[in-house]
Design a binder for this molecule. Structure first.
Ligand code: ATP
Ligand code: MG
Length: 568
């Protein structure tokens, strides 16, 4: 491919909208252009990378035995109502209306569609195990589309779904796809590590996310250095806080005035001097339209994913000031659960033996001290509700570290929830009908695209791994006069490499050498061969590996074999 015959609109400066390096490089290297927030056009060189990533995904999914299908992006809302996700996922659903004013959804994912297919097409245990996958555009009305392809409103996902007759068989299907993901990311040149992931209301242990460590990642991961534990922070647990919970009880409940105290922090200050560890933080949520209280220790943060699991519903939100006042008769800053009736109270395990604690009195400007949890908070529901902190010991006894990461893939054993909701049953060997045990597996193809750049770049530009580079070789021609020695030599190298199946981008633009070199670094093709009059006079061309830099003279006669051995 000649540069002048394709379209690679490189940019010297990154547009202001691009906040992170990989997003800047996407735009600067001429791979994509933004249409509107979270909506991108892939340009010719971007398409070349995208197709390569897709090809790798396809090969690995095919070899895991999954069958490729293509489902409609437009979906009827009825199946989402049947699964309960029409409400649960309401915030991300794109809804459209047809000319008859009928509502349709633009699919953010396809569990409902594939399970509907299974309900009519899969009937017998003999048809399992079976897994289907597709590579398709997904639509999500993300609250904050940002970071380019990382969080888009329209993006490409590979999604797969497995159908099995038992939990045990479902684990085999799960493991196959898990292993395929390991291969995909390895081949794409992204460093990922699997972590235990949150399973939300579905519960269960079998969910992993594939994470790319990156300071710009929107997820956080807790892990131990010895590799014995790694989990999404939404899910991570530990042996508990490193600071001890107060367990000394010096007497009965005592109300005291706390004018102007609005926060845990306020109460830690004079004249109160009550450590955060000795306070109970009271949070009010509205779950399925009813108030619930969640209690964590004063220095802990509530973990909403864990709360979701404890509540057993994903339909909940923080209560508003008016709702809080209606439920407890006071404003945030003076809230507590002591003596509260008729509102479910969930309490974090960290408070298990807590005594001598302080908490709001449900009267503005007052707190109570000497709260003994076991004595003063009967009827509470215990759960792990807190977010772990760095330095706490993992279940395996190792100190936890916390790191930001990009989630590129997710594997999830679903169980029978969707099969039950959408009647995907099979006739088992025992002659009875049972729901299929399902798994679902998402891999963000376009997010992976940008994660590859996040892992492979320097201050000059992208550094593509060979397997997904838009071209393998950039042939920089420093004198483009047709019929001249330089062009002739370059053309010969081009022809030979191309006929050996190597993808070459020949930079035949009429621009200064400096511009060509800069652009070739920016677009990040793994190998550069530059042909110019000066080195050609000595019978040489210049050879550069993008990842390593430098320039090396290579005899013209060896140029092709040198490239081939580098790419082998
Ligand atoms: P996130 O927590 O980042 O929103 P998710 O949990 O909603 O991700 P899944 O529903 O598991 O993601 O989707 C599977 C994969 O699709 C993710 O692992 C990610 O790679 C990709 N993905 C999800 N949302 C987006 C998005 N808005 N833009 C680009 N890729 C996305
Ligand atoms: Mg999401």
């Amino acid at each position: 491919m000649r540069w002048t015959e394709t379209f690679i609109p490189t940019l010297k400066e990154a547009p202001a909208e691009a906040e992170i390096h990989s997003h800047q490089l996407l735009l600067r290297a001429g791979l994509v252009r933004k249409l509107a927030g979270g909506l991108y056009t892939f340009l010719p060189s971007g398409i070349r990378v995208l197709r390569k990533i897709e090809a790798i995904v396809r090969e690995e999914m095919d070899s895991a035995g999954a069958l490729e299908v293509l489902m409609p992006a437009v979906q009827p809302p009825e199946i989402w109502k049947a699964s309960g996700r029409y409400e649960q996922a309401a915030d991300v659903l794109f809804k459209v209306r047809d000319s008859k004013n009928r509502e349709w959804l633009l699919g953010p994912t396809h569990e409902e569609v594939i399970t509907t297919l299974a309900s009519t097409e899969l009937h017998s245990y003999r048809q399992a195990p079976v897994s289907f996958y597709q590579i398709q555009t997904k639509f999500r009305d993300e609250i904050r589309p940002r970071f380019g392809l990382m969080r888009a409103r329209e993006f490409i996902m590979k999604d797969a779904y497995s159908f099995d007759v038992s939990d045990e068989a479902a684990m085999t299907s799960y493991q196959k796809i898990y292993d395929a993901y390991v291969q995909v990311f390895k081949r794409c040149g992204v460093t990922t590590f699997p972590v235990e992931a949150d399973t939300g209301v579905m519960g269960g242990k079998h969910s992993h996310e594939f994470m790319v460590p990156a300071p710009t990642g929107e997820s956080e991961v807790a892990y131990t250095e010895d590799g014995s534990y790694a989990a999404n922070l939404e899910k991570a647990n530990s042996q508990g806080a490193t600071t001890t919970t107060s367990s000394e009880c010096t007497g009965g409940l005592e109300k005291f005035a706390t004018p102007n105290v609005k926060t845990i922090e306020n109460l830690t200050q004079a004249p109160y001097n009550i450590a955060a560890e000795a306070q109970i933080k009271t949070l009010v949520f509205i779950a399925e339209e009813k108030p619930v209280i969640a209690l964590v220790r004063g220095d802990d943060q509530i973990n909403e994913s864990k709360l979701c699991g404890a509540l057993g519903t994903a339909i909940f939100r923080a209560a508003e000031a008016g709702e809080i006042h209606a439920a407890l008769g006071a404003h945030p800053g003076s809230l507590g659960a002591v003596g509260v009736k008729g509102i479910p109270v969930f309490i974090d395990e960290q408070l298990r033996n807590a005594a001598g604690m302080s908490t709001g009195a449900n009267e503005n400007g007052f707190h109570i001290r000497n709260v003994n949890v076991a004595r003063d908070l009967p009827g509470v529901q215990w759960a792990d509700l807190r977010t772990v902190r760095e330095g706490e010991l993992s279940e395996s006894g190792q100190p936890l570290k916390i790191q930001r990461a990009i989630e590129v893939g997710h594997v999830f054993k679903l169980g029978t929830k969707y099969a039950e909701a959408l009647d995907a049953n099979f006739l088992a060997e025992d002659g009875k009908q049972h729901p299929f045990v399902m798994g679902c597996y998402g891999l963000g193809v376009t997010r992976t695209f940008q994660a590859i750049i996040e892992c492979g770049n320097d201050e000059h530009g992208v550094i593509w791994p060979q397997a997904v580079a838009p071209w393998q070789v950039c042939l920089t021609v420093l004198d483009i006069a047709p019929g001249g020695e330089v062009m002739k030599a370059a053309q010969a190298i081009y022809d030979e490499l191309t006929s050996a199946g190597i993808e070459v981008l020949m930079d035949d633009r009429d621009v200064r050498p400096g511009v060509k070199f800069k652009d070739s670094e920016l677009i990040g093709i793994p190998v550069r061969v530059s042909v110019g009059a000066r080195s050609l006079k000595e019978g040489n061309v210049e050879f550069t590996l993008r990842a390593e830099g430098g320039r090396e003279n290579v005899p013209l006669t060896e140029a092709v074999s040198r490239v081939q051995s580098e790419l082998a």
